[in-house]
Design a protein around this ligand. Structure first.
Ligand code: HGY
Ligand code: MN
Ligand code: MN
Length: 418
């Protein structure tokens, strides 16, 4: 293959859109809407199988590592097996009733970039690898970004394989069951640098009518599970002053967190999961179990939020006479991406005539883990209404294709650079 890569290649955007639609059908939920491909379920396996098929159709060297991360590599002629590839990628697992783009867009745009090389009959100067990382969403097994965290050395493979999910299953068993327990040691394919194209999942680009987000950094994430143990009692005979109401305690924390977020400014707080027992109309709840997701771009402010929550929990326990315990599920500090890569993304968007702006990622991404072991950065495209983790997640086809063309342009610049 000749490796004199021209300054531009042609990316087949329509084909990428068609593949996004096709992958979006896997795990489709006609009733509730959207699709659900929770990590290591049969639906996610079907999504994995489809992407692996597409990788093989591009004649990529497909490898699976021990935590189920999938890697498809277009090898360069100069790769003696030790060359670090330029890596792109993301994830294809979803939350419940998700949109079709979160994660999938970065994987399929990466395949579209490789396809542009294949269709031009040109080999890249450096190998290119597309990564599909396991369990990015972290809703069945915590933490989120688990596959890329293991890959980056932040969590041992064995600890990850022994993780018990919220459904009581062991992650390693499920990985074997779906046939994606690979033999490749994580980081056996170590990236030279990493680019992740993703939908913004927030309102900024659309609100400012900007085409491309140059993602410089990503906010810190703190997940914990809180258990309140009170006393069940009769709803009609128990005076308020004698109650030990776990349901009230959970509601008090929710109100406190909204107040904290509003006054702190950049801190975000979410109670995403909430269960009370016995969950009966005329019984004062004896137990409440709920999760708290705190985020802030600034580590000190995130620590302040965690401290203030802990203090409030002590107050509530004292006041209501309940026992409150917390379990830390996830804690990732804010991440700053590689400045040179961010500059390259900005230069490509500028050269291609796209409006662009630098920004922080509100969501967690695999790139934040890869940034631990290689230069990494992200490219965002707008999300309609800022909506994501929702069947109504949407980005216009031309915006998706523009983003993929910026990705291709950055890849060509980076391959030419070194
Ligand atoms: O939680 C997140 O931000 C990501 O979607 N896993
Ligand atoms: Mn994502
Ligand atoms: Mn997501």
């Amino acid at each position: 293959m000749n490796t004199s890569v021209p300054s531009s290649l042609t990316l087949d955007g329509a084909f990428m859109i068609q593949q996004l639609r096709q992958l979006g059908e896997v795990g489709a939920d006609r009733e509730a809407g959207g699709r659900t491909r929770i990590a290591l379920t049969d639906d996610e396996r079907a999504g994995r199988d489809l992407v692996v098929r597409w990788m093989r159709e591009l004649d990529l060297d497909v490898r699976i590592d021990r935590i189920g991360n999938i890697f498809g590599t277009l090898r360069s002629d100069s790769d003696d097996g030790r060359q670090r590839p330029l890596m792109m990628g993301s994830h294809i697992d979803t939350v419940k009733n998700a949109g079709a783009l979160d994660g999938c867009y970065g994987v399929l745009a990466g395949l579209a970039v490789v396809r542009a090389f294949r269709q031009a009959g040109i080999g890249p100067q450096r190998s290119i690898t597309i990564g599909v990382f396991t369990n990015e969403e972290g809703i069945r097994y915590q933490p989120d970004m688990m596959g890329s965290l293991v890959y980056a050395g932040g969590l041992s493979v064995d600890a990850a394989l022994n993780t018990i999910g919220i459904d009581g299953t062991r992650l390693g068993d499920e990985l074997v069951r779906i046939g994606y327990a690979g033999d490749l040691e994580p980081r056996a394919i170590a990236p030279h640098e990493y680019l992740e194209l993703h939908i913004e999942q927030g309102p900024i680009l659309e609100a400012e009518n900007i085409r491309i987000g140059v993602v410089e950094n990503l906010q810190g994430i703190s997940w914990q599970q809180i258990t309140v143990q009170g006393n069940a009692n009769h709803a009609g005979t128990t005076p308020t002053r004698l109650r030990h109401d776990a349901g009230w305690a959970a509601a008090a924390v929710s109100t406190f967190l909204r107040e904290l977020a509003v006054t702190a400014g950049t801190t975000l707080a979410t109670i995403g999961m909430l269960r009370i027992e016995p969950n009966v109309i005329n019984v004062i709840p004896r137990k409440a179990v709920f999760t708290v997701d705190l985020r802030d771009p600034d580590e000190q402010r995130l620590q302040d939020a965690e401290r203030r929550l802990a203090e409030f929990l002590e107050e509530v326990a004292e006041k209501e006479g309940v026992k409150i315990t917390t379990e830390r599920l996830v804690r990732f500090e804010p991440v700053v991406f590689d400045a040179e890569l961010a500059d390259a993304i900005e230069a490509s968007a500028e050269r291609m005539g796209f409006t662009h702006r630098r920004m922080t990622s509100g969501a967690g991404h695999d790139a934040q883990m890869i940034a631990r072991i290689a230069p990494a950065a992200m490219i965002f495209v707008p999300s309609r209404g800022g909506i994501s983790h929702n069947p109504r997640e949407h980005t216009d086809d031309d915006q998706l294709i523009d983003g993929a063309n910026v990705l291709l342009d950055v890849v060509l610049q980076r391959l030419a650079a070194k």
